[in-house]
Design a protein around this ligand. Structure first.
Ligand code: GDP
Ligand code: MG
Length: 681
């Protein structure tokens, strides 16, 4: 027999007592036979049925809650689905207990079989006041959902019809998958690579399972998969080494078994589905996370709480950051003085060290405390599970924009750094959603802009640093949202696709995990200071120092000449040539905007003196406009590169640079002109 002639096989899977056998009987009528699963004393029922003009065999699988390897039943189900590759699996779901039942569904989805959900016990659900949006559930899961009442043989014809259609048309469903959070996903990706690199595993294991599935199972400490790999690749396989490393890493980060984290994420996925597609009219059991969510993701309170948390974050950043900042300021001050007194010749070397290196890099580095505090806050918000919920909080706004709530997560990640945030847009399944999210991401204010805000707010808005900074972040969000709406209405027309927003349980962050996260990001900033910012500062020093005799950092120096070429472009915004130079070099990394002022205005002088110098070239109004310009104009070089990579074309990278430059100019112009009308200046 050729495979085409083979009778189609449909397996029925589900939790115990979900109604599998009842559905099986409804489908097959009397045509069935009972045996045992090979080697085990678990009953196996087989029968025949047909629907939509297609005849098929039906197999009633044992009831399971999960697809781990803990029980005989689970192993039977797993081996059957992966080994025998049925043409379709009907997942019988007890609608009155949907949360628990969908847990198995997520794992069946992960196995990648053509799935049909029979939403059984629809009568019981209804009597308990549970209403389920079938169409939405189907869209979220990416598989057909057929409501049934097995006991009364209702929905059987529709189910047969859907099975027939699935078998006949080989419908390709959206690939839906549970994601396990950034940390775990990174380890999963590494393991996948090791698995795919091993020839024996690739040939023998990956025919049955995907590399991702094997990787997740390994992290879950699945003994069966471990044994299989030991047989195929040997106990010394590099997979085990990598696995050990990944588990250890994840254990330090989460402070609990990765197994628990994976299970939590699956429940988070289910919780997300239930939250969207199920309406309960009567109060049932609510977990601690549910109770916290009823406040934090509340339709009315959710957004104000989010905004308050953000404001608090900036307040703390500047309030607490002041203290260590003065120490660092003193340190650079002292270093500057030391160079001035002890290194009097050659003069150029003294200037290079004092004005270029200490002035340029120091001007950025004194904001290290602020940056660490903001990273600490972001890590805390992420590790507690709050960040994942911003998607829910913003969902209504995002829908109004024609985007999915899930698009908000990459946007929030942009507060840290736009580079990983642009990459995080991969989690969006719709291509258009992904493109819009990538293109507006650079408008989210990353921490590289923070030193710029810190410098200018200290000089011009000393009493309201946190609030003014908050307003700039808000400006970024509002414009990102507006541009998203514009792009949706013009270049990327269409509807956003619904998909699941995970609601992982709230957890107490571990001090260790939070500090590791903070340090990972903080050390990147330090490395940037020692490389890109250092090189940038030296280049700016060269341009300011030469030609000798022109006067360091004067309008006659090279920097001054470059600046004056571009000055007409920024003049209407109320900026001078120094701003032009700073913005040109800030394209490499936005911190360099600060280094430029550090190098041009010089340090070794007190904060008050720097502030006085800034007051000579800016007013509070133009300072605010300058901060807005820095926020919005061309994404930094690394972001442009990652946009190119993720969109696969220079065209989009150039577009991102172009539109944001135009936007920055218009906004700064509006701030300046409108401010002047109201008597600012
Ligand atoms: P299995 O363990 O999944 O094979 O579940 P069974 O098919 O043995 O069903 C468990 C119990 O639920 C039996 O008493 C069925 O009669 C009952 N049952 C099955 N489907 C429904 C339904 O849609 N509504 C109600 N009220 N009971 C059902
Ligand atoms: Mg049964």
């Amino acid at each position: 027999m050729t495979p085409a002639d083979r009778r189609k096989v449909v397996a029925i899977a589900g939790n115990p007592n979900a109604g599998k056998t009842t559905i099986f009987n409804n489908l097959t009528g009397g045509r069935q036979h009972v045996g045992n699963w090979p080697g085990v004393t678990v009953e196996k029922k087989e029968g025949r049925s047909s629907g939509g003009g297609v005849a098929f065999d039906v197999v009633d699988l044992p009831g399971t809650y999960s697809l781990t390897a803990y029980s005989l039943e689970e192993v039977v189900v797993r081996d059957f689905i992966a080994g025998e590759k049925p043409d379709a699996v009907v997942n019988v779901v007890d609608a009155s207990n949907i949360e628990r039942n969908l847990y198995l569904t997520t794992q069946l989805l992960e196995l990648g079989v053509p799935l049909i959900v029979a939403l059984n016990m629809a009568d019981v659900a209804e009597s308990r006041g549970v209403a389920i949006d079938i169409a939405l559930l189907s869209e979220l899961l990416g598989v057909p959902v057929v409501p049934t009442v097995g006991l009364r043989n209702r929905g059987t014809d529709a189910l047969k019809e859907t099975i027939g259609k699935t078998l006949r048309d080989k419908i390709r469903f959206r690939s839906v998958r549970v994601t396990y959070g950034r940390e775990a996903e990174e380890e999963i990706a590494k393991l996948e690579r090791v698995i795919e690199d091993d020839a024996a595993m690739r040939d023998r294991l990956l025919g049955k399972y995907s590399a991702r599935w094997v990787a997740v199972k390994l992290l879950e400490e699945d003994e069966r998969v471990e044994e299989d790999i030991e047989v195929l690749a040997g106990p010394d396989s590099p997979v085990f080494e990598k696995l050990e490393e990944s588990r250890r890493h994840l254990l330090t980060i989460f402070g609990e078994d990765i197994e628990t984290v994976i299970v939590d994420n699956r429940y988070g996925y289910v919780a997300g589905i239930v939250r969207e597609a199920v309406v309960r009219s009567k109060e049932g059991y609510r977990s601690r996370s549910d109770r916290i969510d009823s406040v934090l993701t509340n339709r009315i309170l959710g957004f104000p709480i989010f905004a308050l948390l953000m404001w608090l974050m900036f307040f703390l950043t500047f309030y607490l950051g002041r203290f260590p900042m003065t120490w660092i300021d003193h340190l650079f001050h002292w270093m500057g003085n030391w160079v001035s007194t002890n290194l009097t010749s050659p003069a150029w070397l003294q200037s290079l060290l004092a004005d270029g290196v200490i002035g340029g890099v120091g001007a950025v580095l004194i904001f290290l405390p602020q940056i660490m505090i903001i990273f600490l806050c972001i890590s805390l918000l992420e590790d507690t599970g709050y960040m994942a919920r911003t998607a829910f909080i913003m969902d209504r706004v995002m829908h109004w924009l024609g985007l999915h709530g899930k698009s908000f997560i990459p946007l929030v990640m942009g507060f840290g750094c736009n580079v990983p945030a642009v990459m995080a847009a991969r989690t969006l399944e719709s291509e258009k959603d992904r493109m819009i999210t990538i293109l507006v991401n650079p408008l989210m204010s990353c921490t590289a802009r923070l030193p710029v805000y810190a410098l200018f707010t200290a000089a011009f808005f000393a009493a309201h640093q946190g609030t003014v900074t908050f307003s700039l972040y808000l400006l970024g969000i509002v414009l990102a949202v507006a541009m998203a709406k514009l792009f949706r209405a013009t270049i990327f027309r269409g509807q956003s696709e619904p998909f699941v927003m995970e609601l992982p349980p709230y957890r107490w962050p571990t001090a260790k995990g939070t500090f590791i996260h903070m340090w990972e990001r903080g050390s990147l900033f330090l490395r940037k200071a020692g490389t890109v910012i250092l090189v940038g500062s030296v280049i700016i020093w060269v341009l300011s120092y030469f030609p000798t005799g022109a006067g360091y950092g004067s309008a006659a120096s090279l920097a001054g000449r470059i600046g004056r070429v571009f000055e007409p472009l920024v003049k209407p915004l109320g900026f001078d040539w120094r701003a032009a130079v700073a913005l040109i070099f800030g394209f490499v990394a936005k911190e360099i905007v600060v280094s430029t002022y550090g190098a041009l205005l010089g340090v070794g002088e007190s904060k008050a003196a720097t502030s006085a110098k800034l007051h000579r070239i800016f007013t509070p109004l133009t300072a605010y406009g300058f901060m807005a310009f820095t926020l919005l104009y061309t994404p930094c070089l690394a972001t442009v590169a990652v946009i190119r990579r993720e969109t696969g074309s220079w065209k989009w990278a150039a577009f991102a640079v172009g539109y944001s430059l135009a936007l920055a100019w218009l906004v700064a112009f509006a701030i300046y002109r409108i401010g002047l009308l109201f008597g600012g200046g």
